[in-house]
Design a protein around this ligand. Structure first.
Ligand code: SF4
Length: 550
């Protein structure tokens, strides 16, 4: 039945997009591959082969899924299979039914950004449950850095760091790009908070108030760590910064105040290594963030690293070695320049220093290209069986939009790859905004669900109710169900097929009529829309997934 369509579009010289939906695969494909990225790819390849049989090539492909991980894996697998079969048709990227607001934008940025970071994708759509015009700036913001890189590569402009030097091949990538497997890391304790291993990815944020302003620092810690509402997510580690002996005195006073207030949040402290070495007493924090001085000769550099580890080891403090292009030791820089390889060799040298103490270590790296840098370092460490936890951080970001999209792409891409044990967004946005971004990124990568996962279509001519107001209404009543995925779909024609990932579905089945689904099964047909919200709540209760709002 596909052949006449192929012949017709070929006759009229019209291009065709072959869109494969997670959730709408044929029974034959489902029986062989299940509702999986592999099934989606096999389905697309069948259509492609028919097109090629009739010498029709004006094709673009999309792999539609509302789960960014499924979407990422499907496109990667399709790219590889097409390469194997000598095909090079373009890809249209999008996370379908991404929802609205911050969540929809972050989910889209994670899915689309991950693939653009891989060099995959030719057109994109950010599919939002909002007026369509709002999709344009979101899509432009996601695409912009990649189009700039493309333009720069065409003019041979310099990129901030090279992918490798010519002398050493890149470390071999051990992870499977078509499956989610978390990178193996040691479990360590940041104060009372376990991190790494099988623990949830932790959220750390930096206080913005200078340490000597103790009253305001206390207030900021409170704001970051005490939820305004019981369902609000919080920052789990607060980062402070000490640049002088006076700051360390202030830290002491702050610690006393926090103890008096019975505030047990783990504190991390960014501190220059010499200040830590010369402090009269070691700062009482759960994590030091520091680096040996780059200008030291190799032996002195190693000694300073061991000194820091000894100080930390005596009080059970973790050391986060904070790599950046500026902290590459001079001797490594002289041999390898400002490259990812130089960062990885610095990391390897620090890992080799660790056995001299009992201090657990973790690594972070701040660069303008976090995805490439962390991927490279993770691969390098994995090749040496070094299971050091990795703390992911963004480069400094500014403004709401830049922070939302760049942190979602940078952190979300790495988390979707299984890399990262804790995250931090470095931005001038208000603390509560950054906490929201962190947890939305973790939810998009399906690592920590902090609210109901809403899958809602972008609306179109077939929509049978007002999607935006309905989504808002359902969100306001049901957004606290952390373990539940609810789909809100405008029509019965495509809705059920496109909500593969959902536990419950609210689907327009006629004017003023709603059908309710549990998984793929329609359990209540054509109920009046005025009753649909309550019936959905009853259905969620019946299936044991309801909890009362706090
Ligand atoms: S109304 Fe139906 S066809 Fe339109 S976007 Fe929603 S599910 Fe898809």
């Amino acid at each position: 039945r596909f052949k006449p369509l192929v012949l017709k579009v070929k006759q009229y010289g019209v291009a065709m997009r072959i869109g494969t939906n997670h959730g709408s695969l044929s029974d034959r494909i489902m029986n062989r591959f299940g509702d999986t990225p592999q099934g989606m790819v096999e389905s697309a390849l069948e259509f492609l082969r028919i097109c090629r049989r009739y010498d029709y090539h004006d094709i673009i492909l999309s792999m539609k899924a509302s789960n960014p991980l499924v979407m990422i894996q499907a496109y990667r697998l399709l790219a590889t299979r097409m390469d194997d079969e000598g095909m090079d048709y373009p890809f249209h990227l999008g996370v379908t039914e991404a929802g609205d607001g911050e969540e929809g934008r972050i989910k889209s940025a994670v899915g689309i950004g991950s693939l653009l970071e891989d060099g995959v994708g030719d057109t994109i759509r950010v599919s939002l449950t909002e007026d369509a015009v709002h999709e344009i700036p979101a899509a432009q913001t996601i695409a912009k850095p990649y189009n700039s890189r493309l333009a720069a590569s065409r003019t041979a402009a310099a990129v901030p760091v090279q992918l490798r030097t010519s002398s050493t091949p890149s470390p071999k990538e051990a992870r499977n790009p078509y499956d989610y497997i978390r990178r193996t890391s040691d479990e360590i304790q940041i104060g009372d908070l376990p991190l790494g291993g099988a623990q949830p990815v932790r959220v750390e944020l930096a206080a913005t108030v200078p340490l000597h302003d103790i009253e305001r620092t206390m207030a900021e810690i409170e704001n970051l760590t005490v939820p305004a509402d019981a369902n609000d997510p919080v920052c789990e580690i607060v980062r402070l910064r000490a640049d002088s002996a006076e700051d360390l005195v202030a830290l002491d006073t702050l610690a006393t105040h926090l103890r008096a207030a019975e505030h047990a949040v783990p504190l991390s402290l960014q501190i220059p290594a010499p200040l830590l070495q010369t402090a009269s007493t070691a700062p009482q924090v759960a994590k030091f963030i520091t680096m040996p001085e780059a200008a030291l000769a190799e032996t002195a550099w190693r000694e300073q690293a061991r000194d820091v580890l000894d100080i930390a080891g005596q009080q059970g403090t973790v050391v986060e070695w904070a790599l950046s292009l500026d902290t590459i030791p001079d001797d490594i820089r002289a041999d390898y320049g400002e490259t990812f390889e130089a960062l990885a060799r610095t990391a390897a040298r620090l890992v080799a220093c660790a056995p001299s103490s009992d201090a657990p270590i973790m690594l972070s790296v701040t660069t303008e290209m976090p995805v490439q840098a962390y991927r490279y370092i993770a691969a390098w460490l994995d090749a040496q069986d070094a299971t050091v936890p990795l703390h992911l951080t963004t480069p400094p970001l500014s403004g709401h939009n830049d922070t939302l999209f760049q942190s979602a792409i940078g952190l979300g891409t790495l988390l979707s790859d299984g890399i990262g044990d804790s995250i931090l967004i470095d931005s001038d946005c208000p603390p509560r905004t950054k906490i929201g971004f962190c947890y939305n990124i973790l939810q998009a990568a399906r690592l920590r669900m902090s609210k109901t996962e809403l899958i809602s279509c972008p609306s179109c001519g077939r929509t049978l109710f007002n999607l935006q107001t309905t989504t808002e209404r359902i969100k306001s009543q049901m957004s606290h169900l952390k373990e539940t995925k609810i789909a809100i779909m405008g029509c019965i024609v495509n809705g059920p097929g496109e909500m593969a990932d959902a536990d419950f579905g609210y689907v327009g089945s006629g004017p003023g009529k709603i059908s309710l689904y549990v998984g793929k099964d329609c359990v209540e047909r054509n109920i009046p829309d005025a009753q649909a919200d309550e019936r959905l709540i009853q259905l969620i209760k019946y299936h044991g997934k309801w909890v009362d709002p706090a």
